[in-house]
Design a protein around this ligand. Structure first.
Ligand code: ADP
Ligand code: DP6
Ligand code: CO
Length: 351
């Protein structure tokens, strides 16, 4: 038996200005522009291999060791577009093997919780599209592949780029101007770091896709967010990244996470992605910032209870001293702070 195989990894991206809402379900076009930070491949990532061969009749996917359905329209759309591009190559060069006629077997592994609000659909669809594009030896640019990944999962279009990325919503009905563009590469602001606090690794009750559909349909607050809040915030957040303005970036990131979760709560019936531990983390971050009198940490929560904390490398010890202490996870935690400082902090935190 002959098989052809290609593999790739794709990183997670965590939005600091959230995409939440579709204006076109079939094309997966958003109601607002969004901004994200792509994490390093050494941290949260998907590893996907795609294989084809003349004996493979069907398309199949194994996700984290278990066979999953490929039936969703959005996955089918990605596969269809990739096959059409391959077919064009085969029509131009008849010596190429007829990959476009054969089945695909896809094996994918996330090294972090799946469907738990840590952007598994973003890394997952980015890796799926790039692995198949490599297998098919497609000449398309990352930008063109990103448009295909967007149709699998909106947030996936941003994971094709590293660093600081905007997904411009676009105006055209066919989605031709709705695409991810790099704001700055990671090296522009290497001091910015992300830490993930896994609160609950289980699959969430409400997928992002169905959650945002309910919000668009039922929330009045959402209309306000899309019309007046996000357009302004998009400009300001882009500027904050370009100018490496950490305090501005932190404030906007936290406010946008809160605004997004407020629209979830305003949906009917309400959607709760954050739990009590998530809320404890929010309070903790504000207490840490109050204690130091400056921004040391910024939290953001996607559609799930797990926290992503952004901070500057120089403040890592200051941040983790308190996190380890309060969540009691690391025995013998090290801190430069005196018992007196800790007491002072706890007063801020507990009041
Ligand atoms: P998340 O917050 O993790 O992005 P979503 O509700 O947006 O959660 O999407 C989760 C879904 O994305 C999964 O149920 C699965 O269908 C799909 N998915 C996740 N990881 C992968 C992957 N590696 N390959 C293909 N699809 C994936
Ligand atoms: C809260 O991209 O997962 O993470 O397009 O329906 O697959 P679908 O949704 P998805 O939604 C992401 C929502 C978010 C915010 C963001 O990543 O911008
Ligand atoms: Co998702």
């Amino acid at each position: 038996m002959v098989y052809y195989i290609a593999s790739t990894t794709a990183p997670v991206n965590i939005a600091t200005l959230k995409y939440w809402g579709k204006r076109d379900k079939a094309l997966n076009l958003p109601t607002n522009s969004s901004i994200s930070v792509t994490l390093s491949q050494d941290d949260l990532r998907t590893l996907t291999s795609a294989a084809t061969g003349p004996e493979l009749r069907q398309d199949k996917l194994w996700l984290n060791g278990k066979e999953e359905s490929l039936a969703s329209e959005r996955t089918q759309q990605c596969l269809k577009e990739l096959r059409t591009l391959r077919k064009q190559l085969e029509d131009e060069d008849s010596s190429l093997p007829k990959f476009s006629m054969w089945g695909l077997h896809i094996v994918s592994q996330n090294n972090f919780p799946t469907a738990a609000g840590l952007a598994s659909s973003a890394a997952g669809f980015a890796a799926l599209v790039v692995a198949i594009a490599r297998l098919y030896q497609l000449p398309q640019s990352m930008s063109e592949l990103s448009e295909i990944a967007r149709q699998g999962s909106g947030s996936a279009c941003r994971s094709l780029f590293g660093g600081y990325v905007a997904w411009e919503m676009g105006k055209e009905a066919d989605g031709s101007d709705s695409k991810a563009v790099e704001i700055s590469p990671m090296e522009h602001w290497p001091q910015l770091k992300a830490a993930i606090l896994v609160v609950n690794a289980s699959k969430k009750d409400t997928s992002s896709t169905s959650g945002m559909q309910l919000t668009v349909k039922t929330s009045e607050l959402f209309q306000e967010r899309v019309k007046t809040v996000v357009p302004q915030r998009f400009i300001h957040m882009k500027e904050a990244i370009e100018n490496k303005n950490w305090s501005r970036f932190s404030e906007l990131t936290m406010k946008d996470s809160n605004s997004f979760h407020a629209t979830c709560l305003d949906s009917y019936p309400p959607i709760f992605y954050m739990n009590d531990t998530s809320k404890k983390i929010v309070r903790l971050c504000h207490a840490i910032n109050d204690f130091y009198g400056t921004y040391v940490v910024a939290y953001t929560f996607d559609a799930g209870p797990n926290a992503v904390l952004y901070y500057l490398q120089e403040n890592e010890a200051k941040l983790f001293a308190f996190i380890y202490k309060l969540f009691d996870k690391v025995p013998g935690w090290e801190t430069k702070f005196s018992e007196q400082d800790l007491q002072k902090f706890l007063e801020v935190y507990e009041n």
